[in-house]
Design a protein around this ligand. Sequence first.
Ligand code: ATP
Ligand code: MG
Length: 435
Amino acid sequence: MNGLFLAIPEYMNLITKRVKGAQDVLPADSYKWHFIENLLSNEAQLCGYKEIRTPVFEHTELFNRSVGETTDVVQKEMYTFDTKGGTSITLRPEGTAGAARAMLENAVYNEGLPIKTYYITSCYRYEKPQAGRYREFHQFGMEMYGSASPTADADLICTINAMFKRMGITNLKLKINSIGCPTCRQKYQQALKDYFSQFKDQLCDTCLTRLDRNPMRILDCKSSVCKKIADGAPVVLDYLCEECGNHFAKVKSLLDYMNVEYIVDPQIVRGLDYYTKTVFEFVSDCIGAQGTVCGGGRYDGLIEELGGQAMPALGFGLGLERLLSLLEKENIEIPKPDNCGVYFIGLGELGEKEAFRLTREVRNSGIYADCDVTGRSLKAQMKYADKIKARFTVVIGDDEVNSKKAIMKNMETGEKFDLDIDDKFFENFLITFLK
Ligand code: ATP
Ligand code: MG
């Protein structure tokens, strides 16, 4: 992702560098992104999900309402600014809110429920940059609207599981929990309030404000003191109402039936307020402290919160930077793109023109071909063909144009082949190329 770090030579006087917490994807590495993006999109499409693309910014109230006023994301991490007209705008910190807003605003629900969408987006959070934590990062996510059934929860989890399996990843644990619905949560929040009130003198300032407004958020605090206190807190699973208990049991039984391994972890509450009932995380212990690659669950209240008619919903966000570092740690080889198939070296005015034409002809047939566009010498063109690891080279000068005969050279073996550049040029070329 970071490429090779090369010192900037002294004669270069760059006016600026990239913003802290952001990363460049360099040309030599972009194929890795294509690989995961294609694999994830294909799997989503196999399950009937269609891509949704939404703006990088939204009105701030969208995130305040959906992500939640007492979350770390809203309280500390959002990139919020006023437009010249005085409207408060926020760069999206996650993908769910914008997707839900777009689904509602464009009445996509009329297309028949459940609606299934997926997205690949950049996200922005003002966090302390470190390995696995950036200020601009990327998420792949899937969203389903219109099913309250636990089968939908299990289907989503099985789909993510299948994606990781298809990539060959083994070092990931699935942790699941249920955080109940507003009914069971009322009793639970009270129990948490009673518990955390004993530690008022030790909780961090943010958690003190959460104590009254949303004590469940304290369970998600990153401060080591709060974390330690949270370890002894009442467990949400003990407070589930009958419906939520049954829902969770059904999700687990479906996962069992599908042989998907999981750990029930009552500590998982997720960092965003909109979750209800099922929550889950896929966690790795080999990519450092930021081991959560994917997090998601059900959010049955979200659509109503955004002003729509009540509609159950669920989904997840998967961090692509963390996924790539997991692939690297697991030594999973990502197929490299093909090198240049053939490089035409043009000499003289006529040869250059013909090399230019032949390159286009090969490209038109879907094969990666290249030729010089800088006006370089024979030697320099050869060197460049070597550098881009062209499989074959063909030199085209006056003689070749006049005789319609050239030599095609395999750069790896040094073997040379006759190549007629007549009406049947491409067929002649293919015979050698496919050998
Ligand atoms: P964390 O506990 O790591 O802060 P989170 O609960 O804030 O994660 P979500 O909001 O659920 O994360 O986002 C889903 C996924 O997006 C995470 O599991 C992670 O893979 C990725 N992610 C979240 N924040 C960042 C970040 N700052 N940099 C890189 N990836 C991130
Ligand atoms: Mg976070």
